[in-house]
Design a protein around this ligand. Structure first.
Ligand code: RP5
Length: 282
């Protein structure tokens, strides 16, 4: 679960001149309970995080008194993985060492909450017949995938939960922004799309809730998500919409699902769980 969060070069990207290298954390030293007295990884918080209005201030800033493991005003500092420890005033990654301290490019100390809409349909040929994989004999599933602008590759079109926002609102907003290009559309088009999405997103099935093995994670800041599947069984609903990449997405595809797929962070695990639930080819 905690592999991409230990990749040696930390993904700064927003400032390409900076290269931050993680201390290499061997498998048997990931767990905090394993003693490692010389463990002193580089401390890094990206400069743009320090000035961002959406981010926490540095620890110790006068007036910044975070309520760890709680819903702190509008910010959810609770982890889906239970109580996390706070050591010397800083929250500790519940999955173990990552080889870097600070927040890296993440805004919140502790959990950074996201939501991932997994929108699926069956793959059909030109005649509209559902395609079957020859070796497994199972129907092939496709999902709406976006290519991240930050160089992270193909992913589910998810995003961060804003302060005070519900997960169901984030699922819709992110899908609108990244797969329906809402940030460049006019009010009328967005209102029409939002109505369609409100109806379609009524019946989702939760696939996963918890820690994400995100390459941006650090010892003190990490991603968590709620991934929800919205399946269009007949292909008559979202399966027919005109989708278009927008905001943080540079391209969009209905990607066929199989065990060969490569996706951002833990997204492959979420897609596999979705395929299993729908008894699709994997
Ligand atoms: C992943 O980062 C989550 O699963 C979600 O897809 C994504 C949210 O971050 P941004 O896309 O907003 O950068 O860990």
């Amino acid at each position: 679960m905690h592999i991409k969060a230990r990749t040696s070069i930390y993904p700064v990207r927003m400032n390409e001149d900076t290269v931050v290298t993680r201390t290499s954390v061997p498998e048997d030293k990931v767990n905090w309970s394993e003693v490692w007295e010389d463990y002193k990884p580089v401390e890094f918080t990206a400069p743009f995080v320090l000035t961002a209005t959406w981010a926490d201030p540095p620890l110790g800033t006068p007036g910044f008194d975070p309520k760890w493991n709680s819903v702190d005003g509008k910010v959810n500092r609770k982890s889906f993985n239970g109580e996390y420890s706070v050591v010397d005033g800083a929250p500790r990654n519940p999955e173990g060492r990552t080889g870097i301290q600070g927040r890296g490019v993440l805004g919140r100390w502790g959990p950074n909450h996201a939501a991932d809409p997994i929108v699926t349909r069956w793959r059909r040929n030109k005649e509209g017949v559902v395609e079957i994989n020859q070796s497994t004999g199972r129907k092939i599933l496709e999902f709406v995938s976006i290519e991240r602008k930050d160089g992270g590759g193909w992913a589910i079109p998810g995003g961060m939960v804003d302060p005070g926002e519900t997960v169901s609102a984030t699922l819709k907003r992110e899908f609108m922004e990244e797969a329906m290009d809402s940030t460049t559309k006019n009010e009328e088009e967005n209102a029409k799309n939002a109505k369609m999405l409100d109806e379609y997103f009524l019946n989702g099935e939760e696939i996963y809730k918890g820690y994400v093995d995100d390459p941006r994670n650090t010892d003190n800041a990490w991603m968590e998500t709620v991934a929800v599947n919205f399946h269009d069984d007949t292909g008559e609903k979202v399966g027919r919409w005109q989708l278009k990449a927008g905001d943080d997405a540079k391209s969009l595809e209905w990607k066929p699902i199989s065990g060969m797929i490569t996706l951002y962070a833990s997204h492959k695990d979420f897609i596999q769980k979705t395929a299993e639930k729908l008894e699709a080819h994997w």
